[in-house]
Design a protein around this ligand. Sequence first.
Ligand code: UGA
Length: 421
Amino acid sequence: MAELGFEVLGVDIDANRIRQLSAGDTPFYEPGLAALLRSNLEAGRLSFTCSIAAAVDHADVHFVCVGTPQRPDSQAADLRHVDAVISGLIAAGLGPRSLVVGKSTVPVGTTARLAARIAAAAPGAELAWNPEFLREGFAVEDTLHPDRLVFGVTSGGRAEAVLRALYSRMIDASTPVIVTDYATAELVKVAANAFLATKISFINAMSEVCDATGGDVVELADALAHDDRIGPLFLRAGIGYGGGCLPKDVRAFQARARELGVGPALSFLGEVDAVNMRARARAVRLAHELLGGDPMNRAVAVLGAAFKPNSDDIRDSPALDVATALRRDGAHVAVYDPAAAANARDRHPNLHIADSVIGAVAGAEIVLVLTEWSEFRTLDPAALRRHVARPVVIDGRGVLDPDAWRGAGWTYRALGRPPRP
Ligand code: UGA
């Protein structure tokens, strides 16, 4: 929003983070974000504070962008942070011209509940829900060039006009703007993530069937993709989805459906989740098999720690899940990731985090490629072979060229693909 020319004040309760951001340091890796942060700090359009009262004084529009992680005790979303922000805004004296705009992913029904709280405590203030569809690794691009905007508003209010005016600096007439009620806006977000997760689990389910029949899931996905109604995207088979969004959104959506008495409508999402978790277990089993059944004290290299490329996010990372399982089974696991090494080192002290691909694969009896970084796509199998103890690779993300790796003397294996010589 600062890049678009607005004067933006960012608020967080974490004083360290506020100091860091004020000094121009981004707290996580996201392509293009560091430059954007610094240029807008320098231009004086962006500043940070721990004071929610300062935010209430500063602006009439307040974006709520806090996380809604999975609750530790259930599959439901933890709404503590969202509730705390609304309480903070109300306590700080939200004015009658204010518009609160929710970006967080929330269970359907949350906005109506929060709107009632605001109406009771801050008459005249309005609430809109405007879900966020950005992808990590493309956050800047997706934010500045959204493929659609969804405004959940109440009829007769001024929220739609305010939001249209705000976003007019970002979009042109070709960007779809969907103005709808609160419930639909909330549902668009979780339905989109549930659909994406379903596509991934669909192809991973086909991968299980391929393993049982000798079929090849990559050729199957390619053939399916020629049907425009299916398309090629999110049909990459492998070790499944992870991150801070898809896994918890799929679970929270089911939990909410059960609360609403429509649990059976979303019970298939339980299968989507189960297929997804099985993909990780299948990769571990394949590694066991290729190690002759016993991973104890064997040297294993894992390339990738982030849940996806162009990110240092390791939340619910399938790669680290597989690495940890092999470590638990007694293997010596060395992990390399171009961006997530520091996070992996912090959270997984029992894994050896190497500083380079070569550092990770040196002496390895099996190499697992578990995050689809482009750095791994372009690895030279002949050169790498000289560093390993046994040239065996599991391509957990379908990023390697099997012919090139086999041609260089590697045993190449992938879930859902027949073990060709
Ligand atoms: C996801 C959605 O794609 C965004 O639209 C949404 O805004 C975001 O969640 C959110 O809720 O905030 P993100 O978590 O950044 O974005 O990651 P994705 O690009 O969806 O990838 C998720 C996982 O699926 C990754 O682990 C990726 O490796 C895996 N994946 C993706 C596959 O296994 N196969 C595929 O074909 C595609």
